[in-house]
Design a protein around this ligand. Structure first.
Ligand code: NAP
Length: 336
């Protein structure tokens, strides 16, 4: 399906490479030998549309990937300034990228969230299900999607559910600390979800990039998250069982572990897991299980092994003139 010989012609421009997803995406692109440039907020603020146009025109990429977002979903429910910024970044920021995508005829892969749904469905959400965002963050992501559909004809919207990552293992740390401090008692929200390792989503983005590069025109909205939705208490048990293999204190507490479910309150959803049949049909992308990612994050946290660091990134700033990007050769035969 994917012709690796064509990787040399790709030039990807990633917005938001400092995000938890962006970091794994950059590692993936490095590992596959894909030619790319990255921009974070200090390089270009996506709300400054003139800078966005200028920088994209200067780099002249073949595809844009946007993982920049405002993502503090708790803060925006109570802080009006944060809510305004969230609306701006997730709507106007997307609009400025969408307009350039259309003007310069460059496909745009944009990330969105399962939080565009209201969480009341019992089963996993499909792309055809009616959106009804109930949180402020979810609304901003939905407006961003709508803007993109209106402004850019060559777009992919990739919705994912909750992400976990090596680069910010804060959720895992919190659970482990709570388990130790409360002698085996952990409280979680009683929700159903499909948490997914960022490296797995990066694999999916890479597969999409490659198919667009082969002139596929799969524009539209797709869902991806790890296999088998579960309740948050089950996920916590999985994390702690794996942590017990690396942490004697957790191992001792495991037999008396008690994970208590708290009622779901906004901004969280009762169910945010996504159905991934469409992406399988269109791109041949299979869902993977999350177990390997959980082990990966824990091994990082406990210093069992160090992730191979990416080589220094190619940086571009809005103010500086960009030197021509160096093309890299694809790592032949490797698959995500
Ligand atoms: N994390 C999840 O659980 C999750 C779940 C579902 C979907 N997603 C989606 O996946 C994508 C990546 O999420 P993430 O959690 O990896 O993101 P993240 O870690 O919160 O990072 C977002 C990045 O966007 C940057 N940014 C914010 N405002 C910007 C602006 N005006 N101009 C340029 N950059 C700006 C931030 O920079 P600063 O830090 O400097 O502000 C940060 O580097 C997003 O579209 C998100 O909605 C995430």
């Amino acid at each position: 399906m994917i012709a690796f010989a064509e990787v040399e012609d790709v030039k990807i421009l990633v917005f938001g490479d400092d995000s938890i997803l962006g970091q794994d995406l950059v590692r993936m692109l490095d590992a596959r030998g894909v030619n790319y440039e990255t921009l974070n907020k200090s390089d270009v603020d996506i709300l400054k549309s003139r800078d966005v146009v200028r920088v994209i025109s200067g780099i002249n990429p073949t595809q844009l990937v946007n993982v920049a977002t405002y993502s503090n979903l708790l803060k925006v429910e109570t802080d009006q300034d944060a809510a305004k910024l969230c609306d701006l970044v997730n709507t106007e920021g997307v609009a400025s990228l969408a307009r350039v995508s259309e003007q310069l005829n460059i496909p745009l892969i944009h990330h969105s969230s399962s939080y565009v749904f209201d969480g009341t469905k019992k089963d996993t959400y499909t792309e055809e299900d009616t959106t009804n965002p109930v949180s402020r963050y979810g609304q901003s992501k939905w407006y961003g999607e709508r803007t993109l559909r209106e402004e850019a004809s060559q777009h992919i919207i990739l919705r994912t559910d909750w992400l976990f990552s090596d680069s910010r293992g804060s959720y895992f740390r919190r659970i482990i600390e709570e388990c130790k401090n409360s002698k085996g008692k952990v409280e979680v929200v009683d929700n159903r979800f499909s948490p997914t390792h960022t490296a797995d989503v990066a694999r999916v983005v890479y597969a999409i990039i490659m198919q667009i590069d082969c002139n596929a025109q799969p524009w539209g909205t797709y869902h991806y998250n790890a296999l088998q939705p579960l309740n948050q208490d089950q996920f916590v048990e999985l994390v702690l069982e794996e942590a017990a293999k690396l942490d004697r204190d957790i191992d001792k507490l495991l037999p008396s572990l008690k994970v208590e479910r708290l009622p779901v309150e906004l901004p969280y959803l009762k169910n945010s897991s996504l159905n991934c049949e469409k992406i399988m049909g269109a791109f041949g992308i299979k869902q993977r299980s999350r177990g390997e990612g959980v082990v990966d994050v824990l091994e990082q946290m406990y210093g069992v092994r160090n992730k191979q660091l990416s080589p220094p990134r190619k940086k571009v700033t809005a103010a500086k003139k960009k030197a021509p990007a160096k093309k890299k050769k694809a790592a032949a035969g490797k698959k995500p």
